[in-house]
Design a protein around this ligand. Sequence first.
Ligand code: HEC
Length: 148
Amino acid sequence: MALAQPMPMHPGSMPAASAATAAAPRDGRVPVAFPPALKREVLATMRMHLQGLAQIQQAMAQGRYDQAARLASMTLGMSSMHGDQARREARYMPPGMRELGARLHMQAGQFALAAQDATATGDAARPQRLFGRMMQTCVACHASYRLQ
Ligand code: HEC
């Protein structure tokens, strides 16, 4: 799995003069151009994904796997995007990015099923493993692509 890029320095952490002349941090990510309105929509969906992960984690910590399953479907599954967002996005994505997007939604479906099963079987290890895998897909895409 690709490692995350080095964190860019916070602009406020350097004196103004050196901030202006400092070389831009290295960024090997592939730039992807989305129309501005679609970009805003995608970033809003991203923030919902992150909130979803946080809420799922909390639900699992409380042993509420049915709630975790519901949250995964709502915030990370195919139905987390409204209308034909997935199709409109896909048009602008390089194939590798499209594949990672599809993988995330597939993994969300698998997680939801495993979490639902856990309510009956008490097997918490499987949904937890799938949760970790789902998060690796977020990391992999962020390490490879950025929006212009
Ligand atoms: C198919 C690729 C892809 C996947 C999968 C993906 N993201 Fe993103 N995400 C992006 C891109 C591209 C950006 C924009 C990054 C940039 O331009 O610097 C982004 C940005 C974000 C942002 C910043 C939003 C903002 O307002 O600026 C958050 C938060 C985020 N993603 C969360 C997640 C989480 C959580 C997951 C997994 C559940 C996830 N993403 C999965 C591609 C992806």
